[in-house]
Design a protein around this ligand. Structure first.
Ligand SMILES: Nc1ncnc2c1ncn2[C@@H]1O[C@H](COP(=O)(O)OP(=O)(O)O)[C@@H](O)[C@H]1O
Ligand SMILES: [Mg+2]
Length: 259
């Protein structure tokens, strides 16, 4: 549990379009790393390369290396399905399976990954995952009701429960609070602070206060213009990025002068 990621000179393409260029970075275990930057600079594109979700788009490919505790995720013998189990993902819009019960939503990833599980093991996984996502107390009396009956914030925590049920090493979150109200957002931020004790967490956020609140390190991405590739401009301790960044473009962005 909780592994480091090392990215080496990564280029990310959609067919012939170079969307993200030359990213190298280290993402530390048991910490939260935030990705910030203006819309279209490639944050979502880049984060999806960290669990091989990028390549499910026809024509999409990468050059360069992504290492998980030293192992190349793009190695020729590596199964992308295994990678996605090790590196889980939570999306912008909560996306529980609407007709599935809360219980089955939590177990959805397990059922793909293991062919048989006893009832008592399943119950343990459901309770552990929902506890881990700070949702257990709110749903324990209605586990057989559909996931779609939950509020938006609860649905997002259900998606986090589903992601942690398979015990990943890394949790990727792409703007996980952008569809949520402020109270649900704070609940997710509290949860992130707890989860970082067990997982490597990467979060894309357009909310600078959120990046400052939840992350240990922040990476600022930028784009020189439409059609140009997004690039990593600067990555450092979050306090440094927000108070004393090394690059002028970072300072302009975090102080709200553009983007
Ligand atoms: N499925 C796709 N096919 C082709 N181009 C895409 C696709 N998704 C994103 N892009 C392009 O990649 C660039 C980066 O987009 P994105 O990663 O969504 O940025 P961000 O998340 O920072 O807003 C943009 O130019 C966008 O139009
Ligand atoms: Mg995005």
């Amino acid at each position: 549990m909780s592994k480091r990621i090392d990215v080496g000179d990564l280029n990310v393409y959609y067919s012939s379009f170079l969307a993200v260029e030359g990213v190298s970075m280290a993402i530390e275990p048991r910490s939260v790393t935030a990705f910030i930057g203006p819309s279209g600079c490639g944050k979502s594109t880049f984060i999806r390369t960290l669990n091989r979700m990028h390549e499910v788009i026809p024509g999409a490919r990468v050059q360069g290396k992504v290492l998980l505790d030293g192992e190349d995720l793009y190695g020729s013998s590596v199964d992308p399905v295994t990678v996605r189990r090790q590196v889980g993902m939570v999306f912008q819009r909560p996306n529980p399976f609407p007709t599935m019960s809360i219980r089955d939503n939590v177990l959805a990833g397990m059922k793909l990954n293991s062919n048989r599980m006893s009832k008592s093991t399943a119950n343990e996984v459901v309770e552990r995952s929902l506890q881990g996502a700070n949702l257990w107390n709110e749903v324990k009396d209605r586990l057989d009701k559909p996931g779609s009956g939950l509020s938006g914030g609860q649905q997002q925590r259900l998606c986090i429960a589903r992601a942690i049920a398979v015990q990943p090493d890394v949790l990727l979150m792409d703007e996980p609070c952008s569809a949520l109200d402020p109270i649900s957002t704070l609940a997710i931020e509290d949860l992130i602070a707890e989860l970082k004790q067990s997982y490597t967490i990467v979060i894309v956020t357009h909310n600078m206060q959120q990046a400052a609140r939840v992350s240990d390190r922040t990476a600022f991405f930028n784009i020189a213009g439409t059609g140009k590739p997004g690039k990593l401009i600067e990555m450092d301790e979050t306090t440094k990025i927000f108070t004393n960044p090394s690059v002028k473009a970072t300072e302009d962005y975090v102080s709200g002068r553009f983007g």
